[in-house]
Design a protein around this ligand. Sequence first.
Ligand code: ATP
Length: 586
Amino acid sequence: MAHTFGVDLRGMIDLLSHHLYSSPRVYARELLQNAVDAITARRALQPDAPGEVVVEPVEPGGNGTFRISDTGIGLTEREVHDLLSTLGRTSKRDDLGFARRGFLGQFGVGLLSAFLVAERIRLVSRSAKGGPAVRWSADSAGNYEVEVDDDARVEVGTTIELVPHRDSEHWLEHDVVRALVVEYGELLPVGVVVGGERVTSGELPWQGGEDLLAYGARVLGVEPFDAIPVEVPAVGLTGVAYVLPRGVHPGARQSHRVYLKRMLVGEAIEGLLPEWAYFVRCVVDSTSLRPTASREALYQDETLLAVREELGRQVRDWLVRLDATDPDRTSALLDAHHLGIKSLARVDDEMLRLVERWLPYETTEGGQTLKQFKRKHGTVLFLPDVDEFRQLAPVAHAQGMGLVNAGYAYDLEIMERLVALDGPFAARRVAPTEVLAALGDPEPDVERALRERLVLAKDVLGRHDCEAVPRDFDPGSLPALLMTNVEGERRRDAKQASEEADPLWADLLGSLVADDSGAAQRLVLNCRNPLVRKLATLTDQALVELTVESLYVHAVLQSRRPMRPRDTAALNNSFLELLDRAVGNR
Ligand SMILES: Nc1ncnc2c1ncn2[C@@H]1O[C@H](COP(=O)(O)OP(=O)(O)OP(=O)(O)O)[C@@H](O)[C@H]1O
């Protein structure tokens, strides 16, 4: 025997309030939406029919109910039974079940949201299709009554009355109702009156001549950097993309203000712009993007993806135009939002040129654009590591060598892109050994004396997989520099791996890396430095070892690379021993 599912209305209301809608406030939107849809439906039959929605909040000293009336198509007795009293039944889909164009609703559940704030809903309606006026009254337990009462209403249209729950009155009072209606319905194309005051202007602010920057400041709460009118005709989308002033974090969630058919979906809608455009906030209206059932987000589908791409393209085109017409503002913009623009430059050549022209990089000669650097040095010579750059920059600068710090997000990919576009001379990664090669040779007798001392300290440095290299360079105040030796590092890694691997694999690893590839690190001692010169004259082996190890630890700290346990032990040991000697010598 076939049976029909029963629906427990209380369970449904619980589902809606706790899982579908984020707050009871949506009742205002759903009722407003039904009123607007009813007017749309009536105008399809009678193009000159009036279109107005009147909202009467609960009044102090009144009868305690909230009312919303519209001049829409109304409902016949049959429709009341059919549409209002059956969950999921809607007049806004066609025979095949597709959402009909022009309507805001489509799911047939919106009216239920009134039960989030009301214990009873009463409706009085007269249909434009004829027939007597009808009364319908339903409670949140799922009981309803329908009554034909031709005297109940003269005009075509519908009035819905809500009797609030005991603890929900505040949702239906004037100030809250007005705020909700303005928030959701301010841009609706029909007149909406709340407590006698008209709150809709009928125009989209970006089409009605309102100053776009002033509107942006009002809805975003900050003065925007600029306003870009945007348009995607395929989905009936118009609006403005606001470029935010500095202070937005790239990781911040995107939040756009989106209207669908002029009804607010939300002001923190995600996914409307590509991620790189994190510094842009849109305010848009679309006639055919799809909302989720809660109407609080956009349905993530192919159409939304295409819209995202198109809006991203329009923002990008604006950037290119700005670059061509207003250099000062372009550089201010890059200064404020370089991360997003750099991220785009990885895949977009025009953005790459913009970055090249306007974004200041840290260089050995101070802040410079890549273009300026290239003009002087022919090639962008870069170090891909911030700490390495910081350590080597003063030394390189003192030798007249130009270097760019390309150690921040996306820099390396940008350099690769420059090379791919402009050839191998556009940008080149500089190995620390090149800086080493640019350093001068020490005076022969200082070098000889120093090397003799260094033989005494060979074991100490050997423990750190480090070898000492005497050089002569500015600034003289810097005693030593620590440089990594890529070959040596590779040898060390291979050795470590082969100790842990099976013999066959160990053999293979061994044959790949030459044994003479040197230590993994180089301690470049500066013979121009007084302490290093003094080291060259020491005779006490223990003191030589202590001084060399202290110089090594100091260089590790300077290089800002993480301390390994062995480094920390050396730091403690050399510090305590120096202290001991200092105290003992007093
Ligand atoms: N003010 C009104 N005037 C005329 N008909 C109405 C009115 N309010 C509701 N209805 C009828 O009741 C039906 C159910 O309304 P309900 O709000 O539950 O769902 P919906 O608007 O169709 O879809 P959604 O769940 O997406 O809002 C509507 O399809 C409409 O036919």
